[in-house]
Design a protein around this ligand. Sequence first.
Ligand SMILES: CC(C)(COP(=O)(O)OP(=O)(O)OC[C@H]1O[C@@H](n2cnc3c(N)ncnc32)[C@H](O)[C@@H]1OP(=O)(O)O)[C@@H](O)C(=O)NCCC(=O)NCCS
Length: 288
Amino acid sequence: MQTFSSPLPVIRPALPKDKEDVAEFTKFIWGGHDYVGEVFPEWLKDPQGQLLVAEYAGKCIGCAKVSFLAPGQWWLEGFRVDPYFQGLKVGSRLDAAANEWFDAHGDGALRLMTSSKRVQVHHLSEARGFVRVGEVCAYAADALAESTDAFAPLRAEEADEAAEFCQRWSPNGYLNVGWKFAAPNAEAICAAMKDENLFFWWRGRGGIVSAWEDDEEGAPRLIVGMEACAGEDRIELLKDLRRLASARGAVVARWMNVIGESVLRDLDAAGYRKDWEDTAYLYERGKS
Ligand SMILES: CC(C)(COP(=O)(O)OP(=O)(O)OC[C@H]1O[C@@H](n2cnc3c(N)ncnc32)[C@H](O)[C@@H]1OP(=O)(O)O)[C@@H](O)C(=O)NCCC(=O)NCCS
């Protein structure tokens, strides 16, 4: 097994020269499906937050990023160690440095999501005072080729109203914007809109939805990152989302958020089926 001879890896802010090393070692993570090598060059240009790396013997062997989502809302992501050097506490030191950076420069809440199977990250997060605030899973249904006039785009000037709606009907809910979770306040909604997330009112002011589109599985999909519904109509809203998916040219509607007994019942009734093998844990902590 690999061990470190002196000196130990150094944790430092990322530099452009790290791109190639990150692209190389992430090829061997998650069966070659890791996205971090691809987004790392963009992450280097992020003026907010902090991108950290571990350097050993002149090579970058790990990374972690603290990202700004909205005032008082931050996200930990891109936590990776070169498989050749895993299990040697590089991740532990990177994670400590990322958390220290947040405590020194961030504000409000720091969150992260990790697989329910990734015990090292559970261990580190719980040791640093993170609380598991939800279990996330994805459910998918075929798009329904039926027309719907139930959705109207939400305008940026309606963000306050949208946030009040979420607060009233889904007070502990989370907004999932491209795999990052935030409390759905007006600032987070505005930031997500600028980041090209879609927002819709449903049946007048009967519900609200956020979504984005991808074709990661080789077919266009509408990913529903949040829904909130006034009253008891969530099954209808979820069915209408299958129609919206079709109207937007997608073949699948996929819901991804924090699960609970009632939403699972409604997803099932609306024809959605589990689309992830495992679940993921959403962790959150305030500034120390
Ligand atoms: C997750 C990952 C970043 C961890 O990095 P690493 O350098 O291998 O991890 P470390 O050796 O620093 O171990 C991290 C912690 O987990 C602990 N740990 C190791 N095995 C454990 C187990 N079976 N149960 C609980 N804790 C465990 C370690 O003791 C250490 O905690 P400590 O510092 O308090 O002792 C790395 O394995 C990786 O890149 N995995 C693939 C990508 C990935 O899944 N990233 C996470 C996305 S959220």
